[in-house]
Design a protein around this ligand. Structure first.
Ligand SMILES: Cc1cc2nc3c(=O)[nH]c(=O)nc-3n(C[C@H](O)[C@H](O)[C@H](O)COP(=O)(O)OP(=O)(O)OC[C@H]3O[C@@H](n4cnc5c(N)ncnc54)[C@H](O)[C@@H]3O)c2cc1C
Length: 384
């Protein structure tokens, strides 16, 4: 088999890149996407399915605004309804530090036309009667541009469109090795079979660092395992996605009414560790939810699972290549817990670059070279 472009990883990023590259080039039959397991096996079908435009670094803020616009177009592009809704994010400032950060970052949000609305406690409990009253709550901050999108619909929509354009999608096909000859990518091996390639894009999420060790790419990416739970479904009452930084908690309801949420307990395992769950996490999550959400003593959790955040040192993604890498080798990943919302648009930018050779402005900020050149971003709005 021969592929002009090989994409390693069948998550939201790899699939968006495959579909968009096929759209730019007018055909996909020279593109192969390799996935170790099934499409979405990684974080892409293990997340909370939320998107927001509000980021602490201005460059990420612009990227997220453009990403949200792209998510809104996605149903039309793929032909599959992504069930996108804009029910907003509600940040609860329950300590002075969180209040100050939200208040000062709101100046940046105002500049970009996406201000958060500050809500004093009395109004907060009236507008959101599901919240438990807590004396430490200083204010709420509501962002109406944010919302949810259905991970299954996004993944299957991207897959279907990519296949229709001719992309060869190979599931249960782990790439074992990339062969480099005279400083250029030459071939790869999957299921013991050699495949000639002219360029390879690593889009393999949390596995990128471990996978690329032999190639000495020095990608600064660290997987951190996160746990998440859903309850039985209830009548719909929690419309926004609620983020309480003092409790290290987030929660909302899914379209069918399950309460979906997570908490960080502080000793999340790092690296590509077993995707298992812990009673200690479950207990802490239940206790924190009880503090924040009325009636939660009676909620039955029906499912918990885990996945990875792919963290970079500046909590922002990477796109492109380093000059020291073999020619024809690229990477896109390290979305640091934001990949479902930012990944589809990032895949489109990367596709434009591969198809035209011109690096879009919004892509160049995310070069992996930035860590060695001291040009890092400064993202503080990481949830979970
Ligand atoms: C609990 C949790 C909640 C989250 N909530 C949100 C949220 O609300 N909003 C949001 O935007 N983001 C969220 N995220 C983050 C988001 O899910 C990820 O950033 C995003 O899915 C990353 O997509 P990806 O395509 O880069 O990686 P992945 O989806 O992990 O895909 C990588 C794929 O590469 C494959 N692979 C690995 N090695 C190889 C190989 N050698 N050969 C072939 N294939 C290989 C893997 O099997 C995997 O399927 C959350 C994550 C978690 C864990």
């Amino acid at each position: 088999m021969e592929c002009d472009t090989a994409i390693i990883g069948g998550g939201v990023v790899g699939l968006s890149l495959a579909m968009n590259l096929a759209m730019f080039e007018g055909r996909g039959n020279n593109i192969c996407l390799f996935e170790s397991n099934y499409l979405g096996y990684g974080s892409s079908l293990r997340n909370a399915g939320r998107f927001r435009v509000h980021f602490g670094d201005e460059r990420n803020l612009e990227f997220a605004i453009r990403s949200a616009e792209y998510l809104e177009e996605l149903s039309k592009i793929t032909g599959m309804n992504t069930l996108i809704t804009k029910t907003g994010y509600l940040w609860i400032a329950s300590d002075e530090a969180a209040y100050k950060t939200l208040k000062s970052t709101n100046e940046l949000f105002k500049k970009w036309g996406v201000p958060l609305t500050e809500i004093p406690p009395e109004l907060l409990y009236r507008n959101y009667p599901f919240l438990k009253e807590r004396k430490e709550i200083i204010a709420g901050f509501f962002g109406k541009e944010n919302g949810s999108i259905h991970p299954d619909s996004v993944i299957f929509g991207l897959e279907r469109k990519a296949r229709r354009l001719g992309v060869k999608i190979l599931e249960r096909s782990r790439v074992e090795e990339i062969e480099v000859k005279e400083g250029k990518v030459h071939s790869l091996r999957s299921r013991g079979v050699g495949v000639s390639v002219s360029r390879v894009v690593l889009a393999n999420g949390a596995w990128m660092l471990e996978f690329s060790k032999n190639l000495q790419l020095n990608i600064p990416l660290e997987p951190v395992r996160k746990e998440i739970a859903v309850s039985e479904p209830f009548a719909f009452r929690i419309s926004p996605f609620v983020v309480d930084s003092a409790l290290h908690l987030y929660f909302s309801q899914t379209l069918k009414g399950e309460i979906i949420g997570s908490t960080t307990i502080g000793n999340e395992p790092k690296g590509v560790v077993e995707l298992e769950n812990r009673f200690a996490w479950m207990r802490t999550y239940a206790n924190r939810l009880k503090k924040a959400l009325k009636g939660s003593n009676f909620i039955r959790i029906i499912r918990i699972w885990s996945g990875y955040y792919e963290m970079t040192p500046d909590r922002s993604h990477i796109m492109g290549r380093m000059k020291s890498w073999p020619e024809g080798l690229y990477a896109i990943g390290g979305f640091s817990g934001h990949g479902f919302m930012l990944g589809p648009f990032a895949g489109k930018l990367m596709a434009e670059f591969l198809a035209t050779g011109k690096e879009p402005r919004l892509m160049s900020l995310y070069t992996p070279e930035r860590f060695s050149k001291g040009m890092t971003l400064n993202e503080s709005f990481v949830i979970g």
